[in-house]
Ligand binder design. Structure first.
Ligand code: AMP
Length: 283
């Protein structure tokens, strides 16, 4: 695996690959890699000639400074995992390399409705920060294929919108990969490392509640199902920020279901200081 820290060096490498007509698959991450990230790498390896993984803990997408400070960093282990996976390139830029003019205060991306609900509503500025860094990274890596996890359902939609806004819809194929879970159902996440073992056990309630919604889903009023879910999360010691049932295609929040439209249930909840998110498709 080749490790690049400088944009210019990576750019030269990418230019050569393009001249050789090699396709580029890109997996952007913030490190503290787990099997979920590696599943994206494997998908890329199976589709693209060259897989580029980036590790960059992007300061512009953290609305909570403590979350940024405490974000897990496990660089040596990450490099070992990537090497073993067969990933050809790791891009590991510094903050200065990505933001030479200083950390931008806010983005200017027209994300419309997507920025007003769920993660957009509870993490103001978060998606602008995501777009700022992904826009920058896409400009550097120029991928043919981009691999994203369904774990961050709304982020997948935001990035699809970013690709559209930057006129790259035909150039970049977006692949949304399924959420990898621990044996008990907890969605894998770098932030899980911050949970104590009892918190880790309690957090499985998120998945149980989501599957409970799927099992209890009937046409008509959705509110009772949602309220029951909130109660169960609280019983398990979680502090839910939101739990919503939405149209899978556009994230319109629903209070009632016609029995036909495709739905997704999405949760954000705190376990102690750690904010966890998850979602499942319901039908
Ligand atoms: P992160 O390092 O958390 O920014 O995640 C980098 C990429 O990995 C994003 O596209 C995530 O959606 C994806 N990802 C994170 N957790 C999982 C998981 N459990 N299963 C599949 N993909 C994941």
């Amino acid at each position: 695996m080749i490790l690049f820290k400088k944009i210019n060096d990576l750019r030269k490498y990418i230019d050569v690959q393009h001249q050789l007509k090699k396709s580029i698959g890109f997996v952007p991450t913030m490190g503290a890699l787990h099997e979920g990230h590696l599943s994206l790498i494997r998908s890329s390896l199976s589709i693209a000639d060259i897989t580029v993984c980036s590790i960059f803990v992007n300061p512009t997408q953290f609305n909570d400074p403590t979350d940024f400070e405490k974000y897990p960093v496990t660089l040596e282990a990450d490099i070992g995992l990537l090497e073993a996976s067969g990933c050809q390139v790791l891009f590991l830029p510094s903050v200065k390399e990505i933001y030479p003019g200083g950390i931008p205060q806010s983005g200017h991306y027209d994300l419309g409705y997507l920025e007003t609900v769920l993660e957009g509503r509870f993490r103001p500025g978060h998606f602008q920060g995501v777009c700022t860094v992904v826009d920058r990274l896409l400009g550097i890596v120029c991928p043919d294929h981009l691999f994203l996890g369904q774990k961050d359902y709304q982020q997948c939609m935001v990035i699809a919108r970013l690709v559209e806004l930057s006129g790259k819809t035909g150039e970049i194929n977006i692949h949304i990969c399924p959420t990898l879970r621990e044996a008990d159902g907890l969605a894998m996440s770098s932030r899980n490392r911050r949970l104590s073992s009892s918190q880790r056990q309690q957090s499985v309630a998120i998945y149980r509640v989501l599957t409970g919604i799927r099992e209890g889903l009937r046409p008509g009023e959705l509110k009772p199902l949602r309220l029951e879910a909130v109660g169960k999360l609280k019983e398990a010691g979680l502090a839910p920020e939101y739990i919503e049932i939405a149209e899978a295609g556009n994230l319109q929040i629903l209070e009632e279901w016609d029995g036909a439209s495709k739905l997704v249930a999405l949760v954000a909840a705190f376990m102690g200081e750690v904010r966890l998110i998850d979602n499942i498709l319901l039908n």
